[in-house]
Design a protein around this ligand. Sequence first.
Ligand SMILES: *[C@@H]1O[C@H](CO)[C@@H](O)[C@H](O)[C@H]1NC(C)=O
Length: 366
Amino acid sequence: MMLFALWLLSLGLPTLWTQILIRCSYKSLCRRALLSDNDVVLQCEHPEALWYFSSIQEEEEPLLVSSLPNIRKLPGGSLQLTSPQPTQSGVYHCQDSAGALLVEYEIDFQDVGALHITHRGLGQVPLQNETAQLGGRVLVFTHWEPWQECNRCGEPGERKRLGYCYLEEEPLEKPMPCGLYLRGIVAHNGRLRPELQVEACHVPCKHSKETSQPYFIFDIYQLGTLTRDTWLTCPLASIYRPIIWEADGVPLTWQGQLSGQDLSTMLDPSNGGRRLQVFQPAIYKCFVQQELVARFNPKADMEKLESPWKVGARPRLQPHKGKADLVLQGLKLMLLVGLALGLLGGLFKFLCPARGKWGDQVLLVK
Ligand SMILES: *[C@@H]1O[C@H](CO)[C@@H](O)[C@H](O)[C@H]1NC(C)=O
């Protein structure tokens, strides 16, 4: 069901797909660094593509990847890696059924658990260049990706960029991702880690915000509003894409989190904030590439005392047709709430007529 909904959503959002696509031209070898735990797709457009993997750590025969549990060949031939691990760094070789090379990727999945995060607005500085003794004298530095798009438009937002650990032997030699250079050798050096840098941004909106794009609605039931927490996952989000969360209309920023101001929520840095830890009921919304993707409504639910955790019970797809519809939905909701309150009130009065006043008070507070 979830997959079907995701597929539907992807039709509505042609620019979005759940994973980032890594491309490399025909018959070439592309070498690059990525982050562990974040899904990617390696492109190889051939219906009968065969994929082989050789680890950088072990000198073993290349392995046919269909035997690896978190790796799946997509119908078009490309390879989908779900939550790849640093140990899965190595060469991914795509060939046709006759054995001819189609494309080859040498990937370093750098450990996202060691991610070094800094925010420019807080005066935090990224890691400095450093020379180290790793077999020989090498320069360790961060190779920065371009800044991602601003996560909001028309109002203040934030943007991030990823930086990968690279090593350079001589100033004029081509630098290499740290993991590919070290080939599995464990080096105890705190500089060998990927980075994430955030800064504030403010950009005008390119497209009108009144789109008719569908989004997910998740109703989540939880008990004990302040004692328990729950994790919300934004569909289609990724560390490689701009994303932002809102709680009751208030944006949740990295600046707020890294400065210790926002304590009521927690963005998970290891997936760029795809997952959000919440402790209080509120309407949480997530936006990916400035588009609303999902709305979550975690709330205390009196009827589910035995099973306090019913998370993401049924994702519903909600056509988003503009203001008129929203008002109508609001009216319907008010009508429903009013009806429920009225019924409850009647029941209270009926069951405990002596405490009728008390019952009314409780309902009023609600
Ligand atoms: C760090 O080293 C890289 C690679 O040689 C270089 O491009 C960059 O300018 C250096 N940064 C600083 C601050 O020296």
